[in-house]
Each structure stands twice: as C-alpha cells, then as structure tokens.
Design a protein around this ligand. Sequence first.
Ligand code: ARG
Length: 588
Amino acid sequence: MASVTSLSDSVQQQLASALSATRPEAAGADPLLRRSDRADFQANGILALAKKVKANPRELAAEVVAHVATGDVIKDVEVSGPGFLNLTIADRAITENLAARYADDTGRLGVPLAEHPGTTVIDYAQPNVAKEMHVGHLRSAVIGDSVVQLLEFTGENVIRRHHIGDWGTQFGMLIQYLDEHPHELDHKDAEVTGEEAMSNLDRLYKAARKLFDSDEEFKTRARRRVVDLQAGDPDTLAMWQRFVDESKIYFFSVFEKLDMEIRDADIVGESGYNDMLAETCRLLEESGVAVRSEGALCVFFDDVKGPDGKPVPLIVQKSDGGFGYAATDLSAIRDRVFNLKADTLLYVVDARQALHFKMVFETARRAGWLNDDVHASQLAFGTVLGKDGKPFKTRAGETVRLVDLLDEAIERASAVVREKAQDLSEEEIAERGAQVGIGAVKYADLSTSANRDYKFDLDQMVSLNGDTSVYLQYAYARINSILRKAPEGVRPAAHPELDLHEAERALGLHVDAFAEAVAEAAREYAPHKLTAYLYQLASLYTSFYDKCPVLKAESPQQVENRLFLCDVTARTLHRGMALLGIRTPERL
Ligand code: ARG
C-alpha cells in the first residue's frame, strides 16, 4: 500500500522540528498550519508560543525561519504581519506528490489508513414495517451510507444495523385482520414489485384500522393477538413474518432506487432484540439503575423534567408488563457492545429523538455498558422543509412519499441531461437522469451540516451552477472528454521539472489535501466537509481550465503534465463522490 505524506504534513513536520530546534520550550507546540491566499501555507502558531515563552513574536518567528530548511519541499519561508510564517512550496514537490498519488494503484490516491481503527456499529436506514417511507427515512439512509463509506475508507471496521420498526401493538391488529382475510397479501404474479407490495400493505393497514376503530369485538381479538405474538405463538409469528417480508420487498425497491446497497443480514429490527428484553430489565432493576414506579420500571434523571416540573422517567417496562422502544434500544446496546464488540455506537436518527437517546445512553452508562472505552452518540439530523420553510407536506397536508420525491428528481434531472445531451441515446439519458437525479437529492442532503434543517428545492438541486452534484458531475465529465480528445499516443504524465502556473499550483495543492478532507469528514461524521472540499476542487479545476490551455499547451511535456493534472483531479472527484454515494458518469 503506497500511502503518500501530504505536503501539508511534510511542512508541519519540518516546522515542528524547526520549532524545537529554536527553543526547547517550543517542542511540541502546534505551528497551526493552514492554506492561505497570501502564500501556499501560513503558520500562525508562533503568536501563542511567543506569549508562552514571553518573546517578541516577530523576533521569535525570525529565529524559527532561520531553522527551517528550505529545499525540496519548502521553497521559501518568510515572516509576515505580527509573527506569521508564509510558506511557499516548490513546484516540483507539488507535481511529485501528485504523481505519487496517481501511481497508487489501490485507488486510494495515497490516502493512508487510520493508525488505530476500531469497530463502529452504525444504526441507519431504519424504516418501519407496513408503513410508507418518508423524507425522514431518506436523511438517515443518505447520511448513514456516506458515513459508512467514509469510515470504511479510513480502515474502520464498520457493522451496519438497520433497526427497522417491526414490532409493537399495531401488529396485533394487522395479523388478526390477515387471519380473517387470508388472501389479502397474495400476489398475482411471482414477481412482485415494491410498489405493489406497498399498496397491498397500505390497503390492508387501512382496512384493519377501520375495523379496529369500529368493531369492539375485533379490537378484543386484535389485542389478544399482540399477546400471542409476544409469547411467540408459531402461527402468529408466521403471519407477522409475511408483513416483514412484504415490507422488505418495498424497502429494497426504494433503496435500489436510491442506488444504495442494503444487505438483508444487516437488517436487525426491533424484533431482533425480543429475547433480550426481560434480561435487560432484570439487569437494570438489580443494579438499581431502574426502579419500580407505579408498576412501571423507570429510570430517572435530575435534568429531565416535564412542563409541570416533575421528573420524566425513561420507561423501560410498562406497568402492564409490555416493553417499549427504550427496552429495545437498551438491549441493542448490550448486543452491540458485548456480542459485536463495538467501541463506537453511532445512531443516524432524527433530532426529534434526541431526548430518547440522551436518556438511553445515560442509562447504559449507569449500567456500565457504555464507558470511557465504549462511546455512543447520535448523529442527529434536522427536518426536511418544503419551499415555504415548513415541514415538507403535500398540498393535502400529508407526508410526502419518498418514492414520489425520488421519481420527480429523476424526471427533472433527465430533462436537464436531455437538454445538454449531445451524443447520448435515449437509454443513456434515462440512466444518466437517474444518476444525476439521485445524486442531486443525496448531495443536497449531505451538503448542509446534518443537524440543520434544509429546504427540499428540486430546482436548486438540479441546477448546473452552484454547489450541486450536477455541477460536480459535469466537471468530471468535462475532464473525461478532454482526456478522450488527447491525440493518439499522448498520455497524461507528470513532468516535475516544469514550472507551474498559479492556477495549477492552487489546483495541485488542493488535490493533495484530499486525505485531510476525508479524515476530517470521517472523524467528525461530517460529509458536508467533504462536499465543501469537492465543490472547491471543481471550482479550482474550472479556473485552471480557463487559464491554462491543456491540449494546446506550449510544449509536449506541458500537454502531458496538464493532462496528468486533469486526470488526478478526475480521480479525486470520482473517489470523493463515491464516498458520498454519488455516481460520476464518464459522459453527460
Ligand atoms: N424506526 C425509527 C423511525 O422511523 C427509527 C429507528 C432509529 N434507531 C433506533 N435504534 N432507535 O423513527
């Protein structure tokens, strides 16, 4: 594995040794290096250091400069302002670094793996059985999928868990209805589509509900069914399984439309923890973490109070003996920590469930299941809003079906592709339309920080200008078209001896910083940091392309070197977009 030290890491290392060579007290000080408009990099750390060692910052900076070895990497270093260091990188070093990345045949562009990878269980993409998927499920799936890709790219061992809602009292009603109307879930054909499956479930759900609300005797029978289900009665379980299977047909069709791989083995819904619930309660009660209060098993918190000032407990077991959402989540924690051996638990769930997770995590800490070595956190996401800034609803005030949204996005994107299409067949337009439309939806979701609400605005999402996936996809396709246009025998090749244009330097330094962008996005579970990096990459490419002729460059070497810059940029775009779950078609 050919991992490449980025230029900023090399500079950082050289500054660190210059600092300790200057003064012993300066050893270990952070030079605070960043990209800068004035020079390639600026180091601001000397200001704080000067304060600490009571030195004049400009004088201290000058002393450090005297200890920086200029040469292969750092071409020039000078003191600026109150005591900053401005650093210029040698052109040759930029080209050589990119050439090393380009030569990495693992497709990782020289990005190193994390030194100490751990095991993360990530809980995401968790729709509910027998229910339609809505935009909230979109966010969990899209953000979760990207975080999975990011973490795996750093070398983390990632275990995916889709905690689907497949358990609860509503199943008594559904099963009883199916029992009394046995052919309601039958299929006409062997091949059943996701849409058909959902419409079957929807019809059955509505009919069952109607009967439940109007017929007291049915209600009683339905309630008895819940008890049968929880007791594990085989016939009841078999019928429950039919609902789960039918729903999965639907889920998989939506995930496929989302161009996302969800594996059946990773779907472990609420029902999967059923056998652990009683034990979880026993452990909590015996350790005194949970106490009986009016028959229910509860956990209390000093800082969680209702509007009346009374403490609001986390209810682990209801007074009628039933277990709820919290008991399931607490059992899932035990499974993930003790069986799956996770050291990090991550939950990609709507911010509106923040209180639930806060209480669940605190309970698990008190029980000793979470501690300094095993952490849990919620990657909480905000609400999807309509253009009017209110939670996204149809005109009739109903929640918007996720499939309808995705279909509309694909349709809009296909129109954009068709308008720009030059040599694409109808089939290609349909394929690209889906890649652009789904990419647009994902990118819009990922490019704002997850905890914020965002407006679902298709016009903006498929716009060719601005911070959209289509803009990035076009940049990628344009680069590929240049590469295709290179004359026979002219291949991308690095020529480190060439001087670089300002625009080439800016682009090259940014390409070289890919590893840091990915590491930061992965460490902070923040795909939006990667989208920002990629958007800037495409912008820097555009200005390079405006200023530096590629195929008509001055010398054959320069043509090859610029083709090489184009290609390494394209590979970085492609890699980065893949980490967001977005395709980059070769032609658009
Ligand atoms: N099914 C839930 C919903 O649709 C989300 C589940 C979140 N995960 C969890 N472990 N509680 O709201």
